[in-house]
Design a binder for this molecule. Structure first.
Ligand code: FE2
Length: 221
């Protein structure tokens, strides 16, 4: 069975990996270790930037297509985005309280921040599932894979290359070998040599040696 092109699969895998990785790290961090708590705060704020940008990309590139086909789904997903945007500052406040907590409050504030992050991750996972299960089939039924790839290319083309490299760095380790192979086969066939070389360098930095050589073998790089 041939898989249809999805606008969500790869970036959502990357975001899931970051959200769940942060939640796990948050759960096992010593609540009294100020450096470790500050490091969690840095990760949370970096992830916040990506989540906000990602929602803006979807609102700009995907929502108008969906609105023409299924206005109800487009509106529900926009409402999700607004709800998530509203929840992020609350989450950040919980982390700031933990970072700034007096010694006798660190355990409690750490537990509250972990709980807030867990609820947020749950809501975000549900939202991504809705996009994949409700929106993507509508788009796939109305559009060819070529048209979907064109939308994906426009969206990715609007992201500055250094920022795109950051997205790829979280996506590649979260993807499976089929997806990595497809990505690099496409780059080998269509991208300028320097882009392919840059992506290979990036992949060798974020993937385990054996994982990256498996992709290179399959693609012939
Ligand atoms: Fe979304």
């Amino acid at each position: 069975m041939t898989e249809r092109v999805s606008l969500y699969n790869e970036i959502h895998k990357g975001l899931r990996s970051q959200l769940l990785g942060l939640l796990i790290e948050c759960g096992r961090t010593d609540p009294g270790d100020r450096d470790a708590v500050a490091a969690l705060g840095v990760r949370l704020r970096a992830l916040r930037g990506m989540l906000e940008e990602h929602a803006a990309h979807e609102d700009r590139w995907v929502e108008p297509l969906l609105a023409e086909l299924r206005a109800d789904i487009a509106e529900a997903l926009s409402a999700d985005h607004a709800r998530i945007d509203g929840a992020i500052p609350t989450l950040e406040v919980a982390f700031t309280r933990w970072e700034e907590a007096a010694e006798d409050e660190q355990v409690t504030m750490g537990r509250l921040a972990y709980g807030a992050l867990s609820s947020f991750v749950g809501a975000y996972l549900t939202h991504m599932g809705r996009e994949e299960d409700e929106a993507m089939p509508v788009l796939q039924a109305a559009m060819t894979d070529e048209q979907l790839l064109e939308v994906s290319a426009q969206l990715r083309g609007a992201i500055p290359p250094p920022r795109m490299a950051e997205y790829i760095s979280i996506m590649l380790p979260a993807m499976n070998i089929e997806e990595r192979t497809q990505m690099f086969a496409g780059l080998k066939a269509n991208a300028p040599r320097e882009v392919l070389d840059g992506m290979c360098e990036l992949a060798s930095g974020v993937l385990a040696t054996s994982d990256w050589s498996a992709v290179r073998n399959r693609v012939g790089l």
